[in-house]
Design a protein around this ligand. Structure first.
Ligand SMILES: *Cc1c(COP(=O)(O)O)cnc(C)c1O
Length: 345
């Protein structure tokens, strides 16, 4: 069985549960599809708003629009490169009201249903503070953990703190299934619904084709799941290599005055998916020339994503002041991060 059904999907899901500590894992065709379904299951309905960092990959915001909802962009912080919980709390205090167990945006009148923090380049956000904000303002929390397999916050795997969490196994991520993803949750009912919705909402039956709602063909093919099982066995080794590379860069940039190598936030264990140099404010004009030079030397290096609020399809969506995001986006340089790199490179 190469597709649709087969034993590797189940095996991969059980292995993911064991590795992450999530009670349930549902494998899906890619991380974006996982986000779509996770947001839907967290209650996101057409017309709602979802708080999304502007400093993230476009998939986070795309998935929100697939639910008919609006991304509402929030600022990140220097300490984690993820959502700033203190700034978010102040913002929500001033711009929302809580009624009948929901959070209403006073300006748009819409319900803010979910906060979608993302663990940038594998570095965990301040989950404890964000979970408190979510609770205090009656908002659900879903983690975009697409970049953070192997990253721990206070010794617990990222993606297992929110109501749901989503991993990606795209080709550029720490482990890959070619393309793939998984929805994590500790809630059995949500896990069953995730499985149902991602497999065309078919009622299990030996021969009957009956579907009890509009579902999606978001299942991970068996072939890709087999690759996932093998990749998970290598994950501890990959994480070691990534950490070793971080220490190599740390030694190489000792005494460098142009910026700082980004280290894992306090109390966290990062997977160091992408190694990150953050230029000082005085040196941010040098980002473009550095990128040009590095590419000329045939090394892969990249800047951060263009903040999503600046992209044409997202310019008209609500947003808080994004000062830190806009500044960070001009200073972030991701260095070559392959697990194959060593001292000779
Ligand atoms: C990779 C990634 C995704 C999407 O994952 P795909 O598997 O490529 O669909 C979502 N969010 C973030 C932050 C990512 O880096």
């Amino acid at each position: 069985m190469v597709s649709s059904v087969g034993t590797y999907v189940d095996k991969f899901e059980r292995m993911l549960e064991q590795y992450t500590g999530a009670r349930h894992a549902v494998a899906v065709v890619n991380g974006t599809a996982g986000l779509h379904i996770a947001l839907k299951l967290a209650g996101v309905m057409p017309g709602d708003e979802v708080l999304v960092p502007a400093l993230t990959f476009v998939a986070s915001a795309n998935a929100v629009t697939y639910c008919g909802a609006s991304p509402h962009f929030v600022d990140s912080e220097e300490a984690t490169l993820g959502i700033d919980p203190d700034k978010l709390r102040e913002y929500l205090k001033n711009t929302t009201e809580q009624r009948s167990g929901a959070c209403f945006n006073k300006k748009t009148g819409k319900v803010i249903r979910v906060i979608l923090p993302m663990h940038t380049f594998g570095h965990p956000v301040r989950l404890e503070e964000l979970l408190k904000v979510a609770r205090d303002f009656y908002i659900n929390l879903v983690e975009d953990a697409a970049e953070s397999i192997g990253s721990l916050y206070h010794d617990k795997h990222t993606g297992t703190f929110g109501l749901l969490g989503v991993l990606s196994f795209n080709g550029n991520k720490t482990i890959t299934t070619g393309g793939g993803g998984a929805i994590l949750t500790n809630n059995r009912e949500l896990a069953q619904k995730a499985k149902h919705l991602t497999t065309t909402a078919k009622i299990p039956h030996a021969w009957d084709y009956r579907h009890d709602e509009i579902g999606y063909n978001y299942r991970l093919p068996n072939l890709n799941a087999a690759l996932g099982c093998a990749q998970l066995e290598h994950l501890p080794g990959f994480l070691e290599s990534k950490r070793r590379l971080y220490h190599l860069y740390q030694a190489a940039f000792q005494g460098f005055i142009g910026g700082d190598l980004f280290s894992e936030p306090a109390g966290c264990q990062s997977n160091f998916w992408l190694q990150t140099l953050i230029l000082n404010n005085e040196h941010k004009k040098e980002l473009e020339p550095i990128l040009a030079k590095v590419h000329e030397e045939k090394f892969l290096a990249r800047p951060a994503w263009t903040p999503l609020n600046q992209l044409a399809p997202f310019q008209h969506f609500p947003s808080m002041d994004l000062q830190t995001t806009e500044n960070l986006a001009q200073r972030i340089l991701n260095l070559p991060s392959s697990t194959c790199l060593g001292p000779k490179d």
